[in-house]
Design a protein around this ligand. Structure first.
Ligand code: ADP
Length: 171
């Protein structure tokens, strides 16, 4: 347990003013839809430039699922974007630990950077198909249990259903 505060906001993650904005990236790090597309659109080309450098150095084969890495935040109102790759939801295989790892690893990277405030989307609950209620449960439990120097985690939920799912877990 830590003294971390969890807040919930309904809105667009690219409009947040936080030290870190977490991107629900894919392993290519070269852009995609959903949150990823919005972050690159609003953040400008510097973010992609950093991502390409990461592909050319440490992550030649892409960023593995459950891991996290930081880049500049470009024109976003943040200092860094932390990219993490959520698991694709599967009914055959329990990938919950990988989803939890996304939150834990993102907080670890944010903490190492000295970030105090971190905005998260509901990782894997879009294109990757994770059921929202379960995604919210894993997100909130993992962040609550994290050992971190981060002071505020803000979950930024795009629609009312996502907001309600998180609100039910944070109460
Ligand atoms: P994934 O591929 O990890 O599922 P997505 O980006 O498709 O990632 O979706 C993750 C969640 O983020 C979904 O609940 C989606 O509705 C939401 N989302 C999409 N765009 C935004 C945005 N601009 N700000 C906040 N949340 C967003």
């Amino acid at each position: 347990m830590s003294s971390l505060t969890i807040t919930l906001v309904r809105g667009d993650i690219t409009e947040q003013h936080t030290d870190v904005i977490v991107n629900a990236a894919n392993s290519s790090l070269l852009g995609g839809g959903g949150v990823d597309g919005a972050i690159h659109r609003r953040g400008g080309p510097e973010i992609l430039e950093d991502c390409r450098k990461l592909r050319a150095s440490q992550f030649g084969r892409g960023l593995p699922t459950g891991k996290a890495v930081a880049t500049t935040a470009g024109k976003l109102h943040a200092q860094w974007v932390v990219h993490t790759v959520g698991p694709v939801f599967s009914r055959e295989e329990d990938r919950s630990q990988l989803l939890a790892s996304c939150y834990r690893e993102s907080l670890r990277v944010a903490g190492e950077l000295g970030a105090r405030t971190v905005a998260f989307p509901a990782i894997s609950t879009g294109i990757y198909g994770w059921p929202m209620d379960d995604g919210a449960r894993i997100a909130v439990e993992t962040v609550r249990d994290a050992q971190t120097s981060v002071e505020e985690v803000r979950f930024v939920l795009f629609d009312e259903q996502a907001y309600a799912a998180f609100a039910a877990r944070v109460r």
